[in-house]
Design a protein around this ligand. Structure first.
Ligand SMILES: C[S@@+](CC[C@H](N)C(=O)[O-])C[C@H]1O[C@@H](n2cnc3c(N)ncnc32)[C@H](O)[C@@H]1O
Length: 351
């Protein structure tokens, strides 16, 4: 067995050499960051009843239970179930342990918090997941099928998430919005609307945290924010129907359709401290999509400006601008596209 410590929890998992879905019991130490952040968001929710629907070694379930939560830990793998039982004993916590398909479990009962961390895409589970959400509940979802979500595999995106995507220079944020779109659609059918509390991308995965409201009005408001986006190879994008790019004249491509509302909730996040990513996220402009300075620079033949300099220069010209947690070389701004490119150019000549 191998022993790992995360926060207040100590767990044992069967020996493994590589982290793959074929290990006897799945445990990925690189996801410790996500588990720590999930715990902070769980604490901020002030909820008690959690369903860890894809539990693996039980690490998430144990971390939640050590904070006083009543946790259901579920996994289809019988070896994982043995591991969860032993790890629960080791950490002196009591869990409700289930050994079934998450799709069945989540259709039988409802929970205050549902944590969904499957292998690959969560798309196969979303319908059951929304059924498992109690009144005024929280949903945490991980997705690792980055190619489908971020516009690199168009067929997979359309099939799994119902969104026609294209390759863009803002792929990471697009990935979050595609995933949120699919969740909103599933919820809307049952009269559930969502507020996105926080979302981020790291390493090989996307993670979104949402607050569910059982309200047809909330569901409608969410779906009303699912709209097309028009993008051009030059880096321009707009939510207005535009066949030709007003900046360079090329034909635009459409992403149809994707959630364009807020992907963070600053009042909720203000109750969380000690997380650099959350602190940076709080300060980010909440408008859809960012301009990657490296993409703009290579396409428009300019030197990439420093993000800090570009933000300052745009602010001096009267535009709101910020960095983004989705790309270290990008800015978000309400400035028109041409103004962003011009400012990049001007920064080359004005030291
Ligand atoms: C990515 S791992 C979970 C990792 C765990 N949440 C953690 O933080 O360490 C996915 C887990 O889902 C389990 N699994 C796969 N298909 C499932 C299903 N349909 N229902 C429930 N569990 C499933 C696998 O056995 C595996 O343990």
């Amino acid at each position: 067995m191998m022993e790992f410590t995360e926060g207040k929890a100590v767990i044992n998992v069967p020996e493994f050499e590589k982290i793959t879905s074929r290990t006897e019991v799945f445990y990925n130490p690189h996801m410790a960051y996500d588990r720590e952040l999930s715990l902070a968001i769980f604490k901020a929710s002030q909820k008690e009843e959690v369903c860890d629907a894809f539990s693996g070694s039980g690490i998430r379930a144990i971390l939640y239970a050590l904070e006083g939560a009543h946790v259901t830990a579920n996994d289809t793998n019988p070896c994982a179930i043995t591991c969860i039982k032993e790890n629960a004993e080791l950490n002196n916590v009591s869990l409700t342990i289930c050994n079934e398909d998450a799709n069945l479990l989540l259709r039988r009962g409802t929970y205050d918090v549902v944590d969904v961390d499957p292998f690959g895409s969560p798309a196969y589970y979303l319908d059951s997941v929304v059924k498992g959400l109690g009144y005024d509940s929280y949903l945490f979802v991980t997705a690792t099928d980055i190619r489908a979500l971020c516009g690199f595999s168009k067929k997979a995106a359309l099939r799994k998430y119902g969104v026609k995507t294209v390759k863009t220079p803002f792929s990471k944020e697009l990935g979050v919005r595609v995933l949120v779109t699919a969740i909103l659609r599933e919820g809307a059918k049952y009269g559930i609307g969502f507020e996105v509390l926080f979302s981020y991308w790291k390493r090989h995965y996307i993670r979104v945290f949402l607050h569910a409201q059982h309200s047809k009005t909330a569901a409608f408001t969410c779906m009303d924010q699912v709209n097309p986006v028009y993008v051009c190879l030059c880096g321009w994008f707009s939510t207005r129907t535009t066949e030709c790019c007003p900046y360079c004249g090329r034909e635009t491509q459409a992403i149809t359709s994707v959630y364009l509302g807020p992907i963070k909730c600053t009042p909720f996040l203000s109750t969380i401290s000690g997380h650099d990513l959350v602190d940076r996220g709080k300060k980010e402009l909440d408008t859809p999509f960012y301009y990657d300075t490296h993409y703009l620079a290579s396409f428009h033949g300019v030197q990439p400006p420093k993000v800090k300099d570009l933000i300052e220069a745009l602010a001096k010209r009267g535009h709101a601008a910020s960095s983004t947690i989705f790309c270290s070389t990008a800015v978000k701004s309400d400035a028109p596209f041409g103004e962003v490119v011009k400012t990049c150019r001007d920064l080359q000549t004005t030291p």
